[in-house]
Design a protein around this ligand. Structure first.
Ligand code: NAD
Length: 261
């Protein structure tokens, strides 16, 4: 499906990124993995880079040579990390790596960003999110939100809300040339899930998994990441695909029932 295509996958050393890299390569792509950690084995080229600073992002981008078909921005850190790191890696690093690699993405190519089901309410915060993602200077962007506990205490949610907005902005700026979409997983069985339990509460995460019958698998998410990159997804652009086992639909329905009862 991806024969002859070079695809960059960040977060390729673990979890969803590793599964997406493996799925792309199994479908014929030449994968360029990027991560701060070196994977034990990797099928493709691997670039070790820390995407938590402008310098780290430039260093990573500088090592990606030639034309690429697409970029899957999957690297991410949980809300148990300091808010500067969460917003740095999950938003500003993603934004700047995308900008740096855009000229190398072939016409008809793609960017796919990993958002999250926790970002469902992103549209309510559009002005603040727009201001954050459009501030080029990292220190300035972080300084503007550091006094806002809604952001600093919910940094992971804010970061993924910003990814939802960035996805629309990136799609809009590149209409007719490349497609940009996001994927919003519910709880997925990866090393980050333990951090989510600390961040969002064990009961909330385990309750959701019990409700759904199981946590998502990395293959559940990788399948959608590869689909969005494929030719059959050629008219899907500027949108988000929820891959959460029905969790968001269920929560929405419960709220509706509570309001109408
Ligand atoms: N697992 C879930 O339940 C879940 C749910 C919703 C969204 N997500 C998102 O999916 C993405 C992948 O997460 P995962 O579950 O596979 O977690 P994971 O911890 O297994 O993988 C994250 C990867 O990102 C890399 N990374 C982190 N900081 C980095 C940095 N500064 N520079 C370079 N690489 C860095 C890590 O080294 C790791 O390999 C993340 O963006 C996460 O927020 C995960």
């Amino acid at each position: 499906m991806f024969a002859g295509q070079r695809i960059v996958v960040t977060g390729a050393a673990s979890g969803i990124g590793a599964a997406a890299a493996a799925a792309f390569s199994a479908s014929g792509a030449e994968v360029i993995g990027v991560d701060r950690n070196e994977p034990e084995s990797f099928n493709g080229e691997f670039i070790r880079a820390d995407l938590s600073s402008p310098q780290g992002v430039s260093a990573a981008a500088g090592q990606v040579r030639g034309t690429i078909h697409g970029l899957a921005n999957i690297a991410g850190v949980p809300g148990t990390a300091p808010f500067e790191l969460v917003l740095g890696v999950n938003v500003l690093g993603l934004r700047d790596l995308s900008e740096a690699l855009l000229p190398q993405i072939a016409d008809g190519g793609f960017i796919t960003n990993l958002a999250s089901s926790v970002a469902a309410g992103w549209a309510e915060r559009k002005p603040q999110l727009a201001s954050f993602v459009s501030t080029a200077d990292w220190a300035e962007a972080l300084a503007a939100v550091q006094g806002d506990p809604e952001v600093t205490q919910n940094s992971y949610r804010f970061s993924k809300e910003a990814v939802r907005l960035l996805t629309e902005l990136q799609a809009s700026r590149n209409l007719g040339r490349i497609r940009v979409n996001s994927v919003s997983p519910g709880p997925v069985e990866t090393p980050i899930l333990a951090d989510f339990k600390r961040d969002h509460g064990v009961d909330k995460v385990e309750g959701a998994v019990a409700l759904l019958g199981r946590a998502g698998s990395v293959q559940d998410i990788a399948a959608v990441v590869t689909f969005l990159a494929s030719a059959p997804a050629g008219w899907i652009n500027g949108t988000d695909i929820r891959v959460d086992g029905g969790l968001a639909a269920h929560r929405g329905s419960q709220q509706l029932l509570a309001v109408s009862s």
